[in-house]
Design a protein around this ligand. Sequence first.
Ligand SMILES: Cc1cc2nc3c(=O)[nH]c(=O)nc-3n(C[C@H](O)[C@H](O)[C@H](O)COP(=O)(O)OP(=O)(O)OC[C@H]3O[C@@H](n4cnc5c(N)ncnc54)[C@H](O)[C@@H]3O)c2cc1C
Length: 468
Amino acid sequence: MDAYDVLVIGGGPAGYVAAIRAAQLGFRVACVDAFERGGKASLGGTCLNVGCIPSKALLDSSERFEMIRHDAAEHGIQVEGARLDLAKMLGRKESVVDKLTGGIAYLFKKNKVTSFHGLGRLVRQDEGGWVVDAAGTEVVARHVIVATGSSPRELPLAPFGGHVVENSGALAFEAVPGQLGIIGAGVIGVELGSVWRRLGAQVTILEALPGFLMAADEAVSKEALKQFQKQGLEFHFGVQITAVTPDESGVTVTYTEKEQEVTARFDKLIVSIGRVPNTAGLGAEAVGLELDERGFVKVDSHYRTNLPGVYAIGDVIGGAMLAHKAEEEGVALAETLAGQAGHVNYDVIPWVIYTSPEIAWAGLTEQQARDKGHTVKTGQFPFSANGRALGHGDPRGFVKVVADADTDRILGVHMVGPNVSELMGEVVAIMEFGGSAEDLARTVHAHPTLSEVVKEAALAVDKRALHL
Ligand SMILES: Cc1cc2nc3c(=O)[nH]c(=O)nc-3n(C[C@H](O)[C@H](O)[C@H](O)COP(=O)(O)OP(=O)(O)OC[C@H]3O[C@@H](n4cnc5c(N)ncnc54)[C@H](O)[C@@H]3O)c2cc1C
């Protein structure tokens, strides 16, 4: 039986990063991953295959399409006859995915990580460690890392199939749906809704919660909702779905809204109401791996499960279901196994929604900071007063800095506006260093850049923004 120091089950951002880092640290490593795309093994998990990467590729393509059709004229560029070649757009998305998933296979080779394609299952504990069925081959490993990720949650009323789709189906419609329904106004719902609206669909989003993006700072979610509604996305909040009836040509959805029963007809229905952990096929029950009441693998602060030598990271342990959170856990765990001090700072995890305008934040919202007992001061600065944003022709939104009034330490930064995903880098770096609004305000930012809005928002904390 082949023996490894570390056997990783799952080749998504948590698993492949843990495998690479463990190999860099001198461990003998193998990874078993079951994902298939187009009938072939494809490393990278949800993120690379059917999540972060393909959704962003389509967001970029569809944004260009919209820009050419609606915004180019404002820049003095007349374009006639721009039309959609959906098959080509989807093909381009697939080639981006191919490149990146192939890249993980290359990195495994380079780092001498043995790769198995198929299911990984915990079998039993032996003297040499854990015996794992890795795609039909029994191997033994001193440490086993469970990084099996998550899958879309199904609505019991609306099982996936036919015209009712989850994210991978929604990334591959063969034609633009005339009427597109989306259940769930979360990150995935608004990103995919944006893609298909730009390509010509009439999009209706049905959300059970009473408001939009309730985890974001209120000022940001209000502004984002206003912008999305202006673009033509139709939102209904506080709705309760009572029936979903698919047929040959589409889906009929019945829901109650403000105590009224409403029936809507869609060509396609995307259900994006959250994700559930992948533990089936792992042998969890047989070996006694402890799960919590929602089915996530239970771990302590060092990612140790209740079974000695078995660890878990990424979406399968819950928390922020984000690729970068999963990756950092992979690094932290590999380093901990090597006797180093692996650590993830969960207080500074950036959140990004890649719509137009983009939404991004890290740290506490103003309300959360107050609830935690901070005396708070805030500074806000709009992109409409920034030269670069005006030059781009996209001056929507603002940056808001939330700081502690006594210490000036930055508690949170919240943004809605053009390319704000790329402005998060400096924000999380300064927050990691425990930086103050003054630190951010005194840092020289290149002119003209969008990043000057971050600086001005930090200046605004002490009411000394220069360009407002
Ligand atoms: C449409 C969409 C867009 C997203 N966009 C973003 C984004 O922009 N930014 C961001 O940070 N996050 C985004 N996410 C979330 C991100 O994809 C996940 O947080 C991330 O993939 C989690 O990584 P993971 O390694 O824990 O799990 P996964 O990526 O789910 O990988 C787990 C892997 O384990 C495999 N597996 C499961 N069980 C077994 C088994 N028993 N044996 C072998 N293999 C098994 C699975 O097939 C899969 O390959 C998005 C998700 C979706 C669906």
